[in-house]
Design a protein around this ligand. Structure first.
Ligand code: APR
Length: 226
């Protein structure tokens, strides 16, 4: 069976109303990474960082998966698919997909003291007590800049076996995810990019357009060719 690995980024959720990062009106145009998305930022001003993620958690909770998320769920029912996402919005999970959430998830909290994780639906407080050990060490379960993404071994193992690798809605600027297409190329995979604009990374095929249109069409083509 063809082994497919798909990496998604903020662009797949844009049409669900979730802001991307690097658009001119994106999150990083309104907030400095160094202020809200690093361990140092959290140590310096936890209220600012919690506030940023509380806002994003609310947005994600109100958002619904779109046609592209649903199409990838359909695809998983027909092929050997490893779905990897950089997104923390949980929309793949809401669509019923199992996605490797390499940058964490807004819907979880993490205790930096004991390592416990929990479902976090509402705002996190400052400080936020860990429900397991009660230490005031709760933080969003988000991989910040300077931290190591989750489940890298699973990602690498899947990419090394991939016959086809597709990158959907990511600007391919943040490593290690930005290097996945090169690894997939080394593994001999056919490389596909879905985006509004070409990122400049090497791909064998570029499909231009909004993910809600391009992804379902591509998925349906694969399914009908099986
Ligand atoms: N359909 C397809 N692609 C889209 C759409 C859409 N409807 N809307 C936007 N895009 C594309 C943009 O052209 C851009 O290339 O999605 C990409 C979004 O890029 P970024 O905002 O940089 O998001 P992403 O690549 O996911 O960022 C990676 O950076 O700050 C970190 O941790 C954060 O996980 C994030 C990582």
């Amino acid at each position: 069976m063809t082994k497919i690995v798909i990496l998604t980024g903020a662009g797949i959720s844009a049409e669900s109303g979730i802001a991307t990062f690097r658009a001119s009106d994106g999150l990083w145009a309104q907030h400095r990474v160094e202020d809200v998305a690093t361990p140092d930022a959290f140590a310096r001003d936890p209220a600012l960082v919690q506030g940023f993620y509380n806002m994003r958690r609310t947005d994600a909770a109100q958002a619904e998966p779109n046609a592209a998320h649903h199409a990838l769920k359909r695809l998983a029912d027909h092929v050997d698919l490893t779905l990897i996402t950089q997104n923390v919005d949980g929309l793949h999970a809401k669509a019923g997909s199992h996605a490797i959430e390499m940058h964490g998830a807004l819907r979880r909290g993490l205790c930096s003291q004991c390592g416990a994780r929990w479902e976090q639906s509402g705002d996190m407080a400052t400080p936020h007590p860990c429900p397991a050990c009660t230490a005031p060490a709760g933080r969003p379960d988000i991989v910040w800049f300077g931290e190591i993404p989750y489940h890298m071994d699973d990602c690498m193992a899947a990419i090394q076996q991939a016959d086809l690798f597709a990158s959907i809605g990511t600007s391919a600027q943040v490593y290690p995810a930005a290097g996945f297409s090169n690894l997939a190329q080394d593994a001999g995979a056919d490389l596909w990019e879905f985006n509004l604009d070409q990122t400049g990374a090497h791909f064998d095929h570029f499909v231009c357009g909004p993910a809600t249109q391009t992804v379902p069409q591509w998925v349906d083509g694969i399914i009908t060719s099986l």
